[in-house]
Design a protein around this ligand. Structure first.
Ligand SMILES: Cc1ncc(COP(=O)(O)O)c(C=O)c1O
Length: 383
């Protein structure tokens, strides 16, 4: 018997990974499984990135980098802000991290003490809650509303704002794919500034937006803290690379923490990532594929009787209310995998209270996968 573990390590597991494990087990037995449970692009990093990484390995560029990241990568990210958003962000205001995941740890540690209160909308990406809880920070859940696209809009924040230290925003969001409209974003930024509430914007799905481009919070507020990543738009999940952009004081604190916690982000990945900003056309082509997939899946869902789907203007997920078909989305996911070989993520990962009514479907796969998904969903509802 190993003995006692810390209370803080007792964060919930991610049920989507359980579905993935079962789907893989069935695939190994020869079943034809379609994966809509995982949250990553099926596209691979551009060839230029992979070539640069290969060359870095061949040249032995495999030691540590500065804790802040390779200077050329920080410069490339700064140029990206100019090219992509028309916003000036000096390289000194950027630290390269081990994915957005590593960025959250640095940012939450740098901004909040134990006992601080940080609000986030539910449904939402589960790691925010788990990381904050493990750090002893109190999570204030804002139950998202369908009408405000499940976003933490000012009207929902106002009643709990009195002793709030921070708000986390993800737009486009996971699991809904919803985008906070720009006027609402401007309201949120002003609201947080007036009350000295730290706004942390997770902009990881920027670049994957179907209606209008998403403005960076950095262009609206010089004090804002932004987390971003090479995982989604840039299709580099396994390279484990992201960044934080924020005020110099925050970057200094994050650097000190990074030196102690991580030393640096992966070096070969950083060398590769320098090339990715020359690949917008290729990356945008992926986004066009996601858009077509979204339209096919949404139409198929509606045709099969799934009528309540959150408005999805970005990312590559649909968050679907399955309560007309099952009481428990976990059971729904199990049954769909069993009957049709379709793997989806149960909503309880994203919303502990109401998630039993929802599943998340990721449409980042090949168009054939999405078309076949629609066929199988149709078959399933006719059973
Ligand atoms: C909203 C959101 N933020 C952050 C992450 C973490 O991304 P990474 O650590 O790969 O950069 C994810 C991954 O799915 C996500 O959906």
């Amino acid at each position: 018997m190993f003995g006692k573990l810390s209370k803080r390590s007792n964060v919930p597991q991610f049920h989507a990974m359980g579905v993935l494990a079962e789907a893989n087990r069935q695939a190994a037995l020869g079943r034809d499984i379609l994966h809509l449970e995982v949250g990553e692009p099926d596209a691979r990093a551009p060839a230029r990135v992979r070539d640069a990484a290969r060359a870095a390995i061949a040249a032995g560029r495999t030691g540590y980098t500065e804790a802040l990241g390779l200077p050329e990568l920080r410069r490339a990210i700064a140029t990206h802000y100019q090219d992509f958003y028309g916003v000036d962000v000096e390289p000194e205001r950027i630290i390269v991290t081990t994915g957005a995941s590593g960025a959250f740890i640095l940012v939450f540690l740098a901004l909040f003490d134990p006992g601080a209160r940080v609000a986030l909308a539910s449904p939402g990406y589960p790691a925010y809650r788990s990381i904050l809880a493990a750090l002893g920070i109190e999570v204030v859940t804002i139950p998202g509303a369908h009408d405000s696209a499940y976003q933490p809009v000012v009207d929902l924040l106002e009643p709990v704002a009195a002793d709030l230290d921070g708000v986390i925003l993800a737009s486009p969001a996971n699991p809904t794919g919803s985008v906070m409209p720009e006027p609402e974003l401007i309201r949120l930024v002003a609201f947080c500034r007036e009350r000295n509430i730290r706004l942390v914007a997770d902009e990881i799905y920027h670049g994957i937006a179907y209606e209008a481009a998403c403005p960076t919070v950095l262009g609206l507020d010089g004090e804002a803290v932004v987390v971003n990543s090479f995982s989604k738009y840039f299709a580099m999940t396994g390279w484990r690379l992201g960044w934080v952009a924020g005020p110099p004081e925050l970057i200094e604190a994050a650097e000190r923490l990074a030196m102690n916690f991580f030393l640096c982000a992966p070096t070969v990945a950083q060398v590769g990532a320098c090339e990715v900003f020359g690949c917008y056309a290729e990356l945008d082509a992926h986004v066009e594929r996601y858009r077509a997939n979204r339209d096919v899946l949404l139409a198929g869902l509606l045709k099969s009787g799934f009528r309540k789907v959150a408005a999805a203007d970005g990312a590559f997920y649909l968050y679907v209310d399955v309560s007309d078909f099952a009481d428990d989305s976990f059971e729904f996911a199990r049954q769909l995998l069993q009957d049709e070989g379709l793997a989806v993520a149960p909503g309880v990962d994203f919303d502990r209270e109401r998630g039993h009514r929802f599943v998340r479907m990721s449409y980042s796969g090949a168009p054939e996968t999405i078309r076949e998904t629609v066929n199988r969903l149709g078959n399933w509802t006719l059973r």
